[in-house]
Design a protein around this ligand. Structure first.
Ligand code: ADP
Ligand code: MG
Length: 693
């Protein structure tokens, strides 16, 4: 399977290079993993009489009785008379006459395939595909179609010739053992063998065979993906012991009894319990908390920190921006009344003297809870006994940064990652399958749902009237624009032009402007001005997407909303609805938008649940496009599998692997040898895989 392409019949150095350069196909395995994007159904045949009834794609059996030529040289054109013994149809060729005259065979059984076209009163097919019936068997009856590039086409490598090469490759591997799943799994789920699935996907004889092949390949992809993910988790749990937080102590209980400003939601209670159970087991916690904007993650973070502190450990909370870190500090100081924890803030702008003090208190253990930005992970920052790290708005932090935190204690601290970007369950399992996931799927009671409306640009007057009305009530408004500069000829509103328009439309109100090109201090200063209601309107790009809390801002206007991803729109919408007033989100789009864009706007209007929205997003866009995924690294090895549709296979696969992990955790059973081999090929090193085998 890993052998070179040049062993395949019909592949010389030129084609080998072309495949490598154009499709990154460098060996037979990769070639066979290049699947068709669609199939043309050639399982059925029409009579020529039927074929001539209307213009359509047809397939007929028959033979050529005669070939006629008109014109000469490059202008020569051929007409072949084709019959099934009952009726006749003309086949017309405007090019290639010289070659065709030599290669077309009279009276030999052919399969004719092409589109019928009416010329005057007669029906004919221009440039049909003709395959000798005796050659047909190797190609199968559902014809595969492969994507090819311009360059490939130019050099004569079409979908059809690629199909031929792949067919030849399949013949070449006929005798090889290519199976990579254990025999017992194939039996257990009645899966096609690897070889049959490759034959079935490239040269299916019928839909049954094709579907069986597709199922097996998806199963294998998801199985390999999850085997890695789950064993990675097992590896980590074995390798790293975690601090054991045995008690729920005084601070936690005091807070819960006297200080807590509201009743926790059921989801908050459940998630806190999950975290507590996780931290008392002796394995290191790596947990992802997903909770929609406003679901109350800060409270969960704080109460988890209390558990760490009650067990004589220190904790820290890391936020992506200074303003968010300050916001956390503010709400945590409020909750800290009567608890008297030593809580401090460390950011890029912390003064040297203060910084020195913080370093001191961290090292002598008197600082209980440190809140801050990236500044927390600098090497200078040393904790005496760091027990828990909480990372807020995870997608701003890279994996490498997370890993750095592990070195901040002899035993790595428990890690809690909190994200407001909900990802569908299936995606979470493949992307974060090595983390445990808790979901806060409930909002605090009494929230008024945000009213979302979609307006076309042409309704500008009505929109402005509405905004004026809200401004009159002393509310504040966000205006979000997609681009900072006019990008080429795109007719999207840009921020500067947008700002001018807003200033003209609402001359009586002061306006803040925030965009990605400002220095972070300028940005924060402007946000604070808005937060303090020194300005009434905030014109911004998506930099305001994450976290800032301005309860009096109740209107979110998103311009050129069709330019944004659904999760992004949802995230932006989450900036409003934080106060007592009814909040609104207006999505403004061009008058002429695509069907998909319309569907996306409607999704926002209809749904307020971030998980629901992310599922629609996955369906409409596919996982590669979903925000945050690119940064998180690709989902490896998923080629045919569709995470929005194959969740049943994914769940099945996970259950099987969990059972294997339980019964044969080190994969020493010979029946699982193929799985062991597979893991050896990855970098999972826990059990010193290669020693065992
Ligand atoms: P997010 O999950 O977006 O970080 P926050 O933690 O900022 O949400 O919480 C949003 C708001 O809801 C805060 O003002 C917080 O005090 C409030 N809140 C959190 N939990 C509850 C609850 N159980 N009941 C009422 N209000 C709550
Ligand atoms: Mg938050």
């Amino acid at each position: 399977m890993y052998t070179s392409l040049k062993y395949i019949k019909g592949v010389g150095p030129k084609k080998e290079l072309l495949l490598k350069n154009e499709l990154k196909i460098t060996n037979i395995e990769k070639l066979l993993n290049y699947y068709p994007y669609k199939y043309i159904d050639r399982t059925t045949f029409q009579s020529i009489k039927e074929a001539k009834q209307s213009e359509k794609i047809v397939q007929c059996k028959g033979y050529i009785t005669q070939i006629r030529s008109e014109g000469s040289g490059t202008k020569e054109r051929l007409t072949a008379y084709f019959t099934d013994g009952d009726s006749f149809i003309d086949l017309t060729f405007f090019t290639g006459a010289k070659y065709l005259k030599k290669s077309l065979k009279i009276k030999e059984p052919y399969i004719l395939f092409g589109k019928t076209k009416k010329f005057g009163s007669s029906m004919s097919i221009v440039h049909p595909e003709l395959t000798l019936q005796k050659d047909q068997s190797t190609l199968g009856s559902l014809y595969p179609q492969y994507h090819t590039t311009e360059k490939m086409k130019k050099e004569g490598m079409t979908s059809k010739s690629l199909a031929q090469i792949i067919t030849n490759a399949l013949i070449l591997i006929q005798k090889d053992d290519v199976e990579n799943l254990p025999e017992w799994i194939l039996k257990y789920r009645d899966l096609a063998t690897k070889k049959d699935s490759l034959i079935g996907i490239h040269t299916p004889k019928n839909y049954d065979e094709l579907n069986r092949a597709i199922y097996r390949i998806k199963f294998e992809e998801l199985f390999m993906n999850q085997l890695k993910v789950i064993y990675l988790k097992i590896e980590r749990e074995q390798k790293y012991k975690g601090n054991v937080f045995t008690t729920v102590g005084d601070k936690f209980n005091y807070f819960y009894q006297y200080n807590i400003p509201f009743e926790l939601t059921g989801a908050q209670k459940r998630v806190i319990r999950e975290i507590r159970n996780n931290m008392k087991t002796g394995t290191q916690m790596n947990r992802l908390i997903q909770g929609d904007v406003g679901s109350g993650k800060t409270m969960v973070a704080f109460m988890s920190a209390l558990i760490a502190i009650d067990n004589q450990f220190q904790a820290c909370i890391m936020a992506p921006t200074e303003i968010l870190a300050s916001q956390h500090l503010e709400s945590i100081l409020e909750m800290n009344q009567g608890l008297n924890l030593n809580v401090k803030l460390l950011t890029g702008s912390t003064k040297v003297a203060e910084r020195r003090q913080i370093h001191q208190e961290l090292e002598d253990g008197t600082l209980d809870l440190l809140i801050g930005t990236h500044a927390l992970i600098e090497d200078k920052v040393k904790f005496q006994k760091l027990g828990l790290v909480i990372i807020d708005e995870q997608h701003r932090f890279g994996v490498a940064q997370r890993a750095k935190l592990w070195n901040k204690g002899v035993v790595p601290p428990h890690i809690l990652v909190m994200t407001a970007t909900p990802i569908p369950r299936t995606l979470a399992m493949t992307l974060y399958g090595d983390l445990d996931v808790s979901v806060i799927d409930e909002l605090p009671p009494g929230r008024k749902p945000i009213i979302t409306k979609h307006y076309f640009d042409s309704k500008r007057e009505k929109i402005n009237e509405f905004i004026q009305n809200e401004l009159n009530k002393n509310r504040q408004v966000y205006y979000v624009f997609p681009l900072i500069e006019e990008s080429e000829k795109l007719d999207f509103k840009n921020l500067e032009k947008g700002y001018e328009q807003v200033a003209e439309d609402f001359p009586d109100y002061s306006i803040s402007v925030v965009h990605g090109k400002l220095k972070s201090q300028e940005k924060e200063a402007e946000m604070i001005r808005f937060k303090n209601h020194e300005t009434s309107i905030m014109v911004a790009t998506t930099v305001i997407e994450v976290g800032v809390n301005v309860p009096n801002a109740s209107i979110m206007i998103i311009e050129s909303a069709e330019r944004f991803g659904l999760s992004q729109l949802h995230q932006l919408r989450g900036r409003v609805g934080r106060g007592a007033d009814q909040a609104y989100c207006l999505l403004i789009t061009g008058d002429k938008i695509s069907k998909v864009s319309k569907a996306r706007m409607q999704t926002m209007v209809d749904h307020s649940d971030g998980f629901k929205i992310s599922e629609v997003d996955l369906e409409l866009r596919g996982p590669g496009d979903i925000e945050g995924i690119q940064q998180s690294g690709d989902i490896q090895g998923l080629n045919l599998s569709d995470l929005s549709k194959d969740s049943n296979i994914l769940t099945d696969v996970r259950n099987i692997i969990f059972k294997i992990a339980e019964k044969d955790p080190k994969l020493t059973n010979p029946a699982n040898n193929k799985l062991l081999k597979m893991l050896i090929n990855t970098n999972i090193s826990l059990f010193n895989w290669s020693d065992i085998s």
